[in-house]
Structures are given as structure tokens and as C-alpha cells.
Write a protein that binds this ligand. Structure first.
Ligand SMILES: [Zn+2]
Ligand SMILES: [Zn+2]
Length: 305
């Protein structure tokens, strides 16, 4: 069997783009990932010159690629000031190694790095918070982690919060919103948050996870790390399997789901009656009635901002 060669230069291929039916070598895959990243950053919801950007940096492959691209390409090109923020959920046997890696990479890239613990911010580690309700661990963790990242970004004076969501995550979210019947999210009309909300940006949102992971492997951004012990419980992991099966059967499905969603949001903009949002009595975040999910989970332990 002959080894496949790059469609652009005939070097040995390391990657197959199934949607386009073409193989790419390490250099051409790198060039493609970096070009998509730059285009996303300069597109709607991207970054402008001189901004202070908080980077949600778990230490996983996606956020390691995000931090690497922001530090090595975007920061010098756009004059950005970066601060990486890692949330330590307190998950035994999983988090210590990823946090050690996160410190190493932030250091290697010369990026200021903060670690925030669930224990100080919420009163307990995730392992304690989810005891007896392990099946909801990812939901609970996600709600609290998003809140802590927002608070940190606000307190650090960031103009933007960059997250490592890739194309697969975006497609999964679209499908998840439909499966939950979450009309306001389907229509892209959820409240954007209170006055202290730092707007998010997702510079990897147009990159398939496969490209991100391949880039991570090629650029020494993917050490062997343990997997989160709660990951298999999530509704998302079922949806992930579903959209990946669809992508395998019909390459390009992920990109079509996300493109369809953007089109839908653009067409629906302004057509949906405004939701009756109120503010959470405990923390002041905008909600659709009652205390917010973070305060409900914690019984009001979060600080008011
Ligand atoms: Zn090539
Ligand atoms: Zn609240």
C-alpha cells in the first residue's frame, strides 16, 4: 500500500479531510488550522487590537491549542494582553496532572496564569457537590465553571473571554438545544448576561475537533493526561456519538449544522417576543424566573457582583 501524499505538495500526509476528500501533510494542515483561526478571529464576534483577553484554559487539547494560537499568532499580530484562567473543580485522580500541564504550557508561552478552585469559590469541591447525583456532574460542573470563568474575566478587567469550543462542540450544542426544546437558545435569543458579563469569543469555532487534535499532536500540545471520570455521564456524550456518526456517514454534517443555525438565528433576529427575564435574587444574573442555576445548585453560596 502506498502512503497517501499531501494534495498541496506531495509530502507524506498526516491528515485526511473527509469532507473535501483530500490528504494534507503536517505543514499544510498547520497552515490550514492557522488560517481558519485567523479568519474566525477577524470575523464577527472576533477580537480587535489591544484587547485584554481572558482565556478559558482547562489544560485539555482544545484549550491548549487555543492558548498556543492566541499567544504565538494573535497576541503579537493584534497587540492582545492575555491571561489564562484554569478552574480547578477538585476532581480526584484527574485534575492535578492537567493543572500541572496547564502551568507548564502557560509558562512555556509566557502567558500570565490564574488557577481558581471550586472549593474557595463555591465552598466545596465538585466531588463533594455531586455526591449522590453523579449523573448530573457535567451539568453542575458546567454551570459553575462558566460562572467562575465569567467572574474571573470580570475581576481581571478582561474585554473578552476566549473559550476553546470547536466546530464539534458548536454542532452538539445546536442539537442539544433542539432536544431540550430550548426555544430561546434555538432562536439565539437567550439573555446575554448582566452588566458584569464579559462577552465571549470562540476562535476555534470553525475548526473540526479532528483538526484541533491533529494540530495539538503536531505541536507538542497534547501530553497523555487522564480523562475526567464524570465525562461518560453527560447528555452531551450521547449527542456527541450521534453527531459523529452522522459526520462519518456524511462528511461535512457538522459544518452544515452550525451554518444552518447561524442562518436561522439571523432570520429570526427580532421576530421572537422578548422573554420575560428577571434577575436572580441571590446573585443578580438575568434569569427566566427564580434563582439562577448556579445559585440553585449552591444554595446561594456565590458572591454577589
Ligand atoms: Zn503539504
Ligand atoms: Zn444566582
Amino acid at each position: 500500500m502506498t502512503h497517501p501524499t499531501c494534495a498541496a505538495c506531495a509530502e507524506p500526509a498526516v491528515y485526511l479531510d473527509r469532507a473535501a476528500g483530500e490528504h494534507l501533510c503536517a505543514d499544510h494542515l498547520t497552515a490550514r488550522v492557522e488560517a481558519t483561526f485567523r479568519a474566525t478571529l477577524r470575523g464577527p464576534g472576533g477580537l480587535s487590537g489591544g484587547e485584554r483577553v481572558a482565556v478559558a484554559f482547562s489544560g485539555g487539547k482544545d484549550s491548549s491549542v487555543l492558548l498556543h494560537l492566541l499567544a504565538s499568532l494573535a497576541a503579537p499580530e493584534l497587540g492582545l494582553a492575555l491571561v489564562a484562567v484554569t478552574v480547578d473543580e477538585g476532581i480526584a485522580g484527574y485534575r492535578d496532572e492537567t493543572i500541572a500541564w496547564a502551568r507548564t504550557l502557560a509558562d512555556r508561552l509566557g502567558v500570565e496564569h490564574r488557577v481558581i478552585g471550586f472549593e474557595e469559590a463555591c465552598g466545596s469541591d465538585l466531588d463533594v457537590l455531586v455526591r449522590g447525583r453523579e449523573g448530573r456532574a457535567c451539568t453542575i460542573c458546567g454551570v459553575l465553571r462558566r460562572r467562575l470563568l465569567q467572574q474571573a474575566a470580570h475581576e481581571l478587567g478582561a474585554d473578552r473571554l476566549a473559550t476553546g469550543h470547536c466546530l464539534d462542540d458548536e454542532a452538539e450544542s445546536v442539537v442539544m438545544n433542539w432536544l431540550r426544546g430550548d426555544l430561546y437558545r434555538v432562536a439565539g435569543a437567550r439573555p446575554t448576561g448582566g452588566e458584569s458579563m464579559v462577552p465571549r469569543t470562540k476562535p476555534l469555532a470553525r475548526l473540526p475537533e479532528k483538526e484541533v487534535v491533529s494540530y495539538a499532536l503536531l505541536h507538542d500540545l497534547a501530553p497523555e493526561l487522564p480523562e475526567c471520570p464524570y465525562a461518560h455521564h453527560a447528555l452531551r456524550s450521547g449527542i456527541r456519538g450521534m453527531v459523529h456518526r452522522a459526520e462519518r456517514q456524511s462528511p461535512g454534517t457538522l459544518a452544515r449544522i452550525v451554518a444552518g443555525q447561524s442562518e436561522l438565528e439571523a432570520r429570526l433576529r427580532g421576530l421572537l417576543p422578548p422573554a420575560d427575564f428577571s434577575t436572580c435574587p441571590d446573585c443578580g444574573e438575568p434569569v427566566l424566573g427564580g434563582p439562577c442555576r448556579a445559585c440553585t445548585l449552591l444554595g446561594g453560596a456565590l458572591e454577589k457582583h
